[in-house]
Design a protein around this ligand. Structure first.
Ligand code: GTP
Ligand code: MG
Length: 221
């Protein structure tokens, strides 16, 4: 399969793919970075957020899905994103890039502050339609991911697992991981049953992710 080609068994109708393409071809702009709940933007637009361990590829995936290379800052150094960064696609969708969790080398007090900010955001944001929980396809689900999943289950916050960097593992390893994860997700009440497979670097699964996300956006006025 070539990088931009859709798999034959894509679950998305042409119409959904086209709607996704159209939504994400609109301009996406940076709104603000927030370090506390009280300074976050208003809640009038439907919102999605990109959550996951440090370095999993959250900012890269936002850039890939919005088609703006330098929109969210990415880095080879874990812990790059330290605020909640908000973006928006006109009057349709708000997008939040979260600081990653599980970065062992960050100072303890900073980790505590980020973790509590991320958790209060995830639990209390009224316009949050879905959390995209990113998992590195080389590593699978780790205990700190499970902690976030349990919290989202308990708070009844809808989330969907998105595998990142699928250009890295071998096909057989990826298949095994997908099988194990699909089984594990069945036990999680707030988890969306469909797993998304993506590579920001190779542009794989990006059009499908757009098709999935357009369903959560506001219809144009
Ligand atoms: P924090 O903000 O630190 O939590 O990290 P993040 O989750 O936003 O990750 P970021 O997007 O900054 O990417 C981290 C590293 O992974 C960078 O070196 C990226 O180039 C790399 N990366 C991201 N996506 C992919 C991918 O699809 N494939 C490969 N091979 N590398 C990727
Ligand atoms: Mg980041």
């Amino acid at each position: 399969m070539r990088d931009n080609e859709q798999p034959d068994d894509s679950p998305y109708e042409d119409e959904a793919m086209e709607a996704g393409r159209k939504l994400f071809s609109r301009p996406c702009t940076f709104v603000m970075g927030a370090v506390q709940i009280s300074t976050m933007p208003g809640t009038e637009l439907p919102e999605i957020c990109f959550a996951g361990r440090s370095n999993v590829g959250k900012s890269s995936l936002i850039n890939a899905v919005t088609g703006h290379k330098g929109l969210a800052r990415t880095s080879v150094t874990p812990g790059r994103t330290q605020e909640l960064n908000f973006f928006r696609i006109e009057d349709r969708l708000s997008i939040c890039d979260l600081p990653g969790y599980g970065y062992a080398r960050a100072p303890k007090d900073r980790v505590k502050k980020w973790t509590s900010l991320v958790k209060s955001y995830l639990r209390g944001r009224p316009n949050l339609r879905r959390v995209l929980l990113l998992i590195d396809s080389r590593h699978g689900i780790k205990d700190n991911d499970r902690e976030i999943m349990a919290m989202l289950d308990e708070a009844a916050v809808n989330y969907q697992v998105v595998l990142t960097k699928i250009d890295k593992p071998k096909a057989a390893e990826l298949d095994a991981l997908v099988e194990a994860m699909t089984a594990e997700l069945k036990a999680h009440v707030a988890a969306h049953p469909v797993l998304m497979l993506t590579s920001s670097e190779k542009n794989r699964g990006i059009a499908e992710l757009r098709a999935e996300l357009v369903q959560l956006a506001a219809t144009s006025s």
